[in-house]
Ligand binder design. Structure first.
Ligand code: 5GP
Length: 191
């Protein structure tokens, strides 16, 4: 997606060799107009699928998932929670995820009320690095008996393991920008 790639070049910053900081439009301040274009692009790519729900993980996937839902007939968005809130129902699906950026494990949870066997789920996230967050979300779908239709990623770091890990699950993966390398502060795309 050219618009997104241009924005990454203009506003993104490589931290070391493997982290991309995009706080000014994706992870802290959110560019809603760009999100709309991202939502339209996901709709174009997954338009032949009958999607009933969008699933993401808090916090950075939520904004893009909500705007994307508007292009899929306003299907509900469910975000997996990372905290054990007291008001979370005891009836939950949960999965263990290792965070690449934080260097720690955490549990993601979804209330069983919000993920059902009849759901056709589109998984959306901001980044794909080693794929652990997406694999955790796929695990939640599996527990619910829901059908995961595909995975939509805004920025894929193709030099990490995520793509291979997701494709191994036989799930369709659509990444709007694919980064080949971040070495020496240079952002190089796959195509
Ligand atoms: P994975 O589970 O694929 O290893 O990592 C994906 C998650 O880690 C994303 O949800 C994202 O929040 C975070 N993440 C991974 N790499 C980056 C990065 O380079 N920049 C930012 N801003 N977040 C990242």
């Amino acid at each position: 997606m050219e618009l997104l790639k241009r924005r990454i070049c203009d506003s993104g910053r490589a931290i070391g060799n493997d982290i991309l900081k995009v706080d000014s439009f994706l992870n802290h301040q959110l560019d809603v107009q760009l999100f709309q274009e991202i939502g339209k692009e996901f709709q174009r790519r997954f338009r032949t699928e009958r999607i009933t729900k969008i699933l993401t993980v808090e916090a950075s996937g939520i904004g893009v998932a909500c705007i994307t839902a508007q292009y899929f007939n306003n299907v509900p968005v469910v975000f997996a929670k990372k905290s054990t809130a007291k008001n979370l129902n005891a009836e939950v699906y949960e999965s263990n995820v290792y965070s690449f950026t934080k260097g720690a494990h955490y549990i993601i949870r979804v209330d069983k009320k919000y993920l059902k066997a009849e759901d056709n789920v589109l998984i959306i996230d901001d980044f794909l690095a080693n794929g652990k967050a997406v694999l955790g979300l796929l695990d939640l779908c599996r527990q619910a008996g829901a059908h995961a239709v595909g995975v939509g990623i805004v920025i894929e770091k193709s030099f990490q393991e995520g793509r291979g890990a997701v494709l191994k699950e036989n799930i369709r993966l659509e990444s709007l920008a694919r980064i080949k390398s971040l070495k020496e502060g240079k952002i190089i795309f796959m195509d």
